[in-house]
Ligand binder design. Structure first.
Ligand code: 13P
Ligand code: SF4
Length: 303
């Protein structure tokens, strides 16, 4: 059954000159058949330079929306339009305007995990892999970092010369990773290194040996001479970690971090959108024109 679905996806992909992009949190079988798998920064760059007629984005809505904004002439489809990142909406109405009034010399730095509406009100976008270097490179002293308080606090610690104002958004999956569970894993695997995504709370970061984006965690594990790791991010990364390092061991906190939205990217949904071309991501011209500048600025500053 699955083999037939996969075959049909690959056939339709060729016929329609489509490209399949998948985030590391998408289900294993989708990662396995995608043309490009990566973290949000890598996927945004791939979407920007794609020559395909159709981009099928197996991620959450803000990712498809960013791909469409960067590539307005392309058809961007998503296996499920209900796959949304709750954090993407977590900035209170009027907050950006309030901060702009309160501070002269303010840059609004917007984590890519945000709606196009929030991006359109920001100066520059960042992802977890480039946030530190981009914030460092800005001429502004005052930075309003939205929406993620945990990534914002991590950046603030790494860039002490800036006044970073935090917003109170967070990823419900990473924020729920428990200190007790990570300590338990450490106690049971004393030789393992702890690799953590910066969307986790400061107490988890403090227990970690390395902090990075999904692809940075994956590269770190591959290059390290250590043979076991405790992974503090969404469980989808296990597929690539295990594929790259069959001889190494990966442990997750007992309550395995799982993003239900990412798991809506099933093979069946993927086949359905390739067949029907339903679930097209639509971004109005007005919104797209306003949201593209901070995305382009990120691509330029991160180069
Ligand atoms: P990355 O940029 O590390 O892929 O993270 C995306 C994300 O949604 C993390 O929760
Ligand atoms: Fe959003 Fe968290 Fe899911 Fe990433 S893991 S898409 S930040 S809810």
């Amino acid at each position: 059954m699955k083999t037939q679905v996969k075959k049909e996806i690959l056939k339709l992909k060729e016929e329609k000159n489509a490209v399949i992009l998948a985030h590391y949190y998408a289900p294993d079988e989708v990662q396995e058949l995608a043309d490009f798998v990566g973290d949000s920064f890598y996927l945004a760059k791939i979407a920007k330079k794609s020559t395909a007629d159709i981009i099928v984005f197996c991620g959450v809505y803000f990712m498809g929306e960013s791909a469409k904004t960067l590539n307005p002439e392309k058809k961007v489809l998503m296996p499920s339009l209900a796959a949304d990142c709750p954090m993407a909406h977590m900035v209170a109405e009027g907050k950006i305007e309030e901060m702009r009034e309160r501070y002269d010399d303010l840059a609004v730095v917007c984590y890519i995990n945000s709606t196009a509406e929030l991006k359109s009100k920001s100066d520059v976008c960042v992802t977890s892999s480039n946030a530190i270097s981009i914030v460092k490179s800005l001429p502004n002293k005052n930075i309003f970092f939205i929406p993620d308080k945990n990534l914002g606090a991590f950046v603030a610690e790494q860039v002490p010369e800036k006044n970073i104002i935090l917003n109170d958004g967070y990823c419900p999956i990473h924020n729920a990773i428990s200190v007790e569970e990570v300590k338990w894993e450490k106690a049971n695997h004393p030789n393992a290194l702890v690799l953590t995504h910066p969307e986790c709370e400061a107490e988890i970061l403090a227990l970690s040996d390395y902090i990075g984006s999904t692809s940075e965690i994956i590269s770190y594990a591959k290059e390290s001479s250590c043979g076991e790791f405790i992974i503090c991010t969404e469980e989808g990364v296990e597929f690539k970690l295990q594929k790259d390092n069959p001889e190494k061991k990966f442990y997750f906190p007992k309550t395995r971090p799982c993003c239900a939205d990412m798991k809506l990217n099933t093979l069946e949904n993927l086949l359905h959108v390739l067949r029907t071309e339903e679930n097209e991501v639509v971004v109005s011209d007005k919104l797209s024109e306003a949201a593209i500048a901070p995305l382009d600025k990120m691509l330029e500053l991160a180069r």
